[in-house]
Design a protein around this ligand. Structure first.
Ligand code: NFA
Length: 102
């Protein structure tokens, strides 16, 4: 079968394709119990925000219910979510942090 060499020495042009890895949004969710100062501390500690930046984002979450707090590779986003969830649990706050593909 197919011993006729019909595809021998055939070169097909392809255009170079550089594909970037998908990015993930890390989201912080509002709740009625986590203290505002704790949320600010989380944003400073794990997302490198200044106090003023952190306070502003915290207020956005408080008022709108959710906000994007950063955009990362899958591995970094997973790490951030785990760090926030661990820290909240350690302090017995119900703060929720999730990720979604951008
Ligand atoms: N809504 C919380 C409060 O009034 C504050 C909060 C902000 C919680 C952002 C979670 C995220 N104490």
């Amino acid at each position: 079968e197919n011993d006729d060499d019909s595809d021998a020495s055939v070169v097909v042009a392809t255009r170079p394709r550089t594909k970037r890895p998908p990015l993930y949004k890390v989201l912080l969710l509002n709740d009625d119990y986590t203290p505002m100062e704790f949320v600010v501390a989380v944003l400073e500690r794990f997302f490198g925000m200044t106090h003023a930046e952190a306070f502003e984002i915290m207020l956005t979450v408080h008022k709108k219910g959710v906000a994007v707090v950063g955009v990362f590779s899958h591995e970094i986003a997973e790490t951030k979510v785990a760090q926030v969830m661990d820290f909240a649990r350690q302090h017995q706050h119900p703060l929720q942090c999730t990720m979604e593909k951008e």
